[in-house]
Design a binder for this molecule. Sequence first.
Ligand code: CP
Ligand code: NVA
Length: 307
Amino acid sequence: MTGLKGRDFLSIADITSQEMTHLLTLAAQLKTGEVTANCSGKILGLLFRKSSTRTRVSFASAMWRLGGQVLDLNTSLTQINRGEPIKDTARILDGYLDILAVRTYDQTELHTFANYAKMPIINALTDWEHPCQVLADLLTVQEAFQANLSGLTLTYLGDGNNVAHSLILGCALMGMNVRVATPKDYAPNAEIVETGRKLAGDRSTITLTEDPQAAVEGAQVLYTDVWASMGQEDLAESRIPIFQPYQVNQELLAIADKAAIVLHCLPAHRGEEITDEVMEGPQSRIWQEGENRMHAQKALLAALLGE
Ligand code: CP
Ligand code: NVA
């Protein structure tokens, strides 16, 4: 086993490429039933400040299938929303739970949980990163190309957001080239890009551009996400014309590698960042990607709990 037992998973940059390879292999084996893991007697807490369908249900389903129990919390059900400090909540929950997945706005809140709770803390999405999503994404890419991820090119189109950040880090870790096409002023954070370049070393490249066509040419994976994330709803309308050239549609897909696959973390705004035709088309692996959230998180839970 890897040394993941007892660790936090707050960012893709928290793990090494060997650990990522181990998690992806384990996820694939758990998916086929080639191996099993047992987390009976363990309790997973889900503490969410934002809406979620996939992350909440796939974590619960993964833990139940591993034989563990789940406590699904929304911060409005707790004293957090009445102002109880995170450092107090973290120490109290630590006495009740074995592992905690947190979805919140500020990445530093996760660090407070991690600093005050001894149990593993998992980032279930923040404004900064969405690392669990990227475990499932890389598993889906691995399944599509039945090969080493190294050397493949993933193009991300749209907003340089939390999902883009984790993709940059995850692809860099696995030696994949990343091209990110965004409108001016919507590029991913420079610190993430710098960390990604360090992780990639001389194995692969990270390219930022405003040109969607150039970014897509010859790529094996096209990826997009909503143009306005949770918490940015009031900006959604005004962003549509700015982001329109970055829509993943049939015309853009035609420029990619012939074998290219299309991914989207979901939920999608059909007709905005992606067309119906592409979502439902033969190159879409979006539904498989959604299912893979559960398989990837089974591997993550088993590894962090050391089972
Ligand atoms: N992709 C994803 O995290 O979806 P949810 O917001 O539904 O969890
Ligand atoms: N970028 C999106 C991802 C949702 C899973 C958001 O943060 O709302």
